[in-house]
Design a protein around this ligand. Structure first.
Ligand code: KIV
Length: 256
């Protein structure tokens, strides 16, 4: 059965963790989908990992739409969520709707993700949800605010920061978000937030006590040049590719 926002919420109710990964193109999306991943995110991490930028900020709506259209063609089971890129939604709920509806209409996304919580984004999330667009929230280390944070650093270490992040997550739930990504926050804070919400939390670098986990697929496969310290590689694809290319090169040069 294909995943929906309701089926993911039922996983939390039955104590089963949500498995989520990123995807940016057709073939990988197809493999991930057939491997039983519950949620696939066309994440703006594409900017750094696939396009080589130093932050997620430069990626455009058109670039993410292009990626999402390719992923859509490879996915039948996972819930497909598209990231709203920096600059495409922050100005107003109306701007967010204009961008989000393009991902739904032109690229077949079933939900969108946007960064930030109370108070500004809460209004926007509510506007999108009331317009029929499911929203995945994202709090903690929100990479689009990298310059505001002064780097990609763990968030929520002080009591004040932890209280703010908890409050943001609660406000996003009230606004109608169907789930929330918790990125790079202390494990104990992620556990507190997960306990206090009835919607699922999906952690990345937030410890094991979330209702699900998401990783950038290139990090999982060992293909990223500089993965974050919390991302556990399950394969060394960089070495495997290098080996295959060396083998191919040798065959070609030996005329085989
Ligand atoms: O862009 C992305 O890939 C993300 C996930 C890491 C949560 O936002």
């Amino acid at each position: 059965m294909a995943n929906t926002i309701r089926s993911l919420q039922r996983l939390k109710q039955t104590g089963k963790p949500i498995v989520a990964l990123t995807a940016w193109e057709y073939s990988t999306a197809q493999v991930l989908d057939r491997s039983g991943v519950d949620l696939l995110l066309v994440g703006d991490s594409l900017a750094m990992v696939a396009l080589g930028y130093s932050t997620t900020l430069p990626v455009s709506v058109e670039e993410l739409l292009f990626a999402c259209q390719a992923v859509r063609r490879g996915v039948t089971q996972a819930l497909l969520v598209a990231d709203l890129p920096f600059g495409s939604y922050e100005q107003s709920p109306e701007q967010a709707f204009a961008t989000a509806s393009r991902f739904i209409k032109e690229a077949g996304a079933q939900a969108v993700k946007l960064e930030g919580g109370y108070p500004r984004m809460v209004k926007t999330v509510n506007f999108l949800v009331e317009s029929g667009i499911p929203v995945l929230g994202h709090v903690g280390l929100t990479p689009q605010s990298v310059h505001q944070f002064g780097g990609f650093r763990v968030q929520g270490k002080t009591t004040a920061e932890a209280e703010r992040i908890l409050y943001e997550a609660q406000a996003l739930e009230l606004a109608g978000a169907f789930a929330i990504v918790l990125e790079h926050i202390p494990s104990a804070l992620a556990a507190d937030i997960s306990r206090s919400l009835s919607i699922p939390t999906i952690g990345i670098g937030a410890g094991p006590n979330c209702d699900g986990q998401i990783l950038v697929t290139h990090d999982l496969l060992g293909l990223s040049e500089s993965p974050p310290p919390f991302a556990k590689p399950y394969l060394d694809l960089r070495s495997a590719i290098a080996q295959a290319v060396e083998q191919f090169s040798a065959d070609v040069r030996e005329g085989k």
